[in-house]
Ligand binder design. Structure first.
Ligand SMILES: *[C@@H]1O[C@H](CO)[C@@H](O)[C@H](O)[C@H]1NC(C)=O
Ligand SMILES: *[C@@H]1O[C@H](CO)[C@@H](O)[C@H](O)[C@H]1NC(C)=O
Ligand SMILES: *[C@@H]1O[C@H](CO)[C@@H](O)[C@H](O)[C@H]1NC(C)=O
Ligand SMILES: *[C@@H]1O[C@H](CO)[C@@H](O)[C@H](O)[C@H]1NC(C)=O
Ligand SMILES: *[C@@H]1O[C@H](CO)[C@@H](O)[C@H](O)[C@H]1NC(C)=O
Ligand SMILES: *[C@@H]1O[C@H](CO)[C@@H](O)[C@H](O)[C@H]1NC(C)=O
Ligand SMILES: *[C@@H]1O[C@H](CO)[C@@H](O)[C@H](O)[C@H]1NC(C)=O
Length: 526
């Protein structure tokens, strides 16, 4: 008996080892077998959970020379030709603990960078995951210079190509194939998600698109127009980060309790229209560093106003109030915003000498007239996606310092009017959540932990996790009513201080009590 047990244990032990080997061996052999037109396999390797994966090939500007991998995965690295003059670098991560779902990740900014942290995140959640480099390497827009085919990859083709190849590989790698396909991305990744919804309605069953860089050309003109407003740091119109912090405090003073709670978080920025003349130094103000000049107040007011084209059309809505502290060092720094400069240099004018300081509203019109490959990503009719049975969960932080959440509200309104659908009808397939206290894709003063990535992970329960909420919506037909965010006491992964349920747009959150504002049940969506 004893001997039998020992043998069984041994057998079990070697079986486990054999399984591990089988998965690893299968992985490497699979890499050798891949035979798909335009696909060249660079390597296939087994990565065991807990590995700190070294990424020597990742462009230095991507800022990731390593990635910690939490799940056992088969990693396949490929080059895929997208035209005779362009290619994407594509990776597929197939987890051992597979849940039968396919997922594509996206990119950020003007990059150029496979988002390994997202691939690690979603493969850990059991998704067969792909990630591509968006057709070029690194964060600069220089590869677009005189290469429209690289712009084409960036506008729509990289993600779609990765999806077509990735789905085929998933079917080949897992005998059982996959049932449902998903997308998770934020910022440029949010735009890519919307591009799929608009252009490839059958690519995904469920799309989670955060802080999307939609109305893309409008966005780049908007972020170019801050420099002409602020001027350089020596200008009378310029505000230091300390002065922006005063503006923030004044905005919070005027708008914080409109939702019923003085908690430093504005629940609905639509209600907030601060009067900033209150900040002009008065004859009785002794401490001149606690007030502003009229020129500075004017700067803040212009930044909190929409951008209009020379013919009066709105090109981009206002920066939403509340984001001042996060935005000041990046957007109002007294130098032109690099992504905008790169776009005008390398795409609009094909002129590396073009200087971001010279930007005027005429440049906005030139860029808009060009709109390569419809990178605007602002189509109002998404009925093909609706008819295909797709679901889209759109979220946007209301402290976003890089992309105004008002642009997401504008798009929501555009879809609603174009499709002649009230929000209650859109709810069947398109739900938008404006997240209070969330910066750009994460960070911020409030309950921003909604599981859109590793840094915002607060559990895999659908109520705490936008991706798993999407899975539940697609597979069980249970649509998210609210999105529950976690407020971390001290940054990502730290102790959770409180939860708050964020409302489905256009409802807004109101504090009703009787508990503390940290009590999620003391709030109501109205
Ligand atoms: C992974 O390795 C890199 C380079 O060796 C190191 O800088 C990084 O801190 C490591 N990460 C973890 C999570 O151990
Ligand atoms: C991007 O980097 C990878 C890895 O170094 C390389 O194989 C690929 O050719 C590069 N792609 C482009 C478009 O330069
Ligand atoms: C490259 O050009 C050839 C000949 O025109 C064409 O058949 C092929 O499809 C092209 N390859 C890609 C990836 O577009
Ligand atoms: C797909 O769904 C069917 C029915 O629910 C299930 O039996 C099957 O295991 C699923 N396949 C995968 C790959 O998850
Ligand atoms: C003046 O105001 C600034 C900004 O509020 C503050 O940091 C500073 O301590 C004040 N100085 C004095 C002397 O009160
Ligand atoms: C204003 O200009 C934009 C492009 O800059 C154009 O799309 C729009 O149609 C113009 N509107 C009018 C009323 O001319
Ligand atoms: C809620 O809790 C915070 C932190 O514990 C406290 O500062 C605040 O006074 C409380 N507010 C109410 C309305 O009880």
């Amino acid at each position: 008996m004893t001997r039998f047990s020992a043998l069984s244990l041994l057998a079990l032990g070697s079986l486990a080892l054999a399984n591990q080997d089988a998965f690893g061996t299968k992985c490497v052999q699979f890499g050798d077998k891949i035979d798909i037109p335009d696909v060249k396999v660079n390597f296939a390797e087994y990565v065991s959970g807990g590995t700190n994966l070294s990424l020597p090939d990742n462009a230095p500007s991507c800022g990731a020379s390593s990635q910690s991998v939490t799940a056992d995965v088969c990693r396949i690295a490929m080059a895929v030709a997208t035209s005779n003059g362009s290619e994407i670098t594509l990776e597929a991560w197939f987890p051992r603990d597979y849940k039968g779902r396919f997922l594509s990740t996206g990119n950020g900014g003007l990059s150029g960078c496979i988002q390994y942290y997202d691939m690690a995140y979603t493969s850990q959640l059991g998704f067969a995951t792909v990630g591509a480099n968006n057709g070029h390497n690194g964060t600069s827009g220089k590869p677009f210079y005189k290469h429209p085919e690289v712009v084409e990859d960036f506008a729509y083709r990289s993600v779609h190509t990765g999806v077509v190849i990735g789905k085929e590989l998933t079917k080949q790698f897992y005998d059982e194939g996959f049932n449902k396909s998903y997308y998770l991305g934020c910022s440029t990744g949010g735009r890519q998600g919307w591009k799929s919804v608009q252009k490839y309605p059958n690519d995904f069953d469920g799309v989670v698109a955060g802080a999307p860089a939609i109305n893309f050309i409008g966005l780049l003109s908007w972020s170019a127009h801050f420099y002409p407003i602020t001027g350089s740091p020596s200008s009378k119109t310029f505000l230091t980060t300390a002065e922006w912090s005063l503006v923030h405090d004044e905005i919070i003073r005027q708008c914080d309790d409109m939702d019923g709670a003085k908690d430093g978080i504005i629940e609905d920025t639509d209600l907030c229209h601060p009067i900033l003349e209150t900040m002009i130094c008065s004859s009785s103000t002794k401490n001149k560093s606690s007030c502003l000049s009229p020129e500075q107040v004017n700067t803040a007011q212009q930044i909190l106003s929409p951008l209009y084209g020379s013919n009066g059309t709105m090109l981009y809505p206002r920066m939403q109030p509340g984001s001042e502290n996060l935005a000041a060092p990046i957007m109002y720094s007294g130098s032109p915003f690099p992504y905008s400069t790169d776009w005008f240099k390398y795409v609009v004018y094909n002129n590396p000498k073009w200087n971001g300081k010279s930007w005027t509203i005429k440049d906005a019109a030139a860029a808009l007239a060009q709109n390569p490959y419809n990178i605007q990503t602002f189509e109002g009719d998404i009925s093909p996606f609706q008819k295909a049975g797709g679901k889209v969960l759109h979220y946007h932080g209301m402290q976003d310092q890089l992309i105004s959440s008002d642009d997401s509200k504008w798009y929501y309104s555009h879809v609603s009017k174009t499709m002649d659908m009230a929000p209650s009808d859109l709810d069947d397939f398109y739900r938008f959540f404006a997240i209070s206290g969330m910066g750009h894709c994460g960070g911020g003063d409030g309950a921003y932990g909604i599981g859109q990535g590793t840094d915002t992970y607060a559990g895999s329960d659908p109520q705490d996790n936008v991706l798993m909420a999407m899975v539940q919506w697609v597979e069980k037909g249970v649509a998210p009513d609210t999105v529950r965010g976690a407020k971390f006491s001290n940054g990502p992964g730290s102790k959770i201080e409180y939860h708050r349920k964020h409302c489905r747009y256009p409802r807004r959150n109101v504090y009703k009590g009787p508990g503390n504002y940290t009590d999620e049940n003391a709030w109501q969506c109205v």
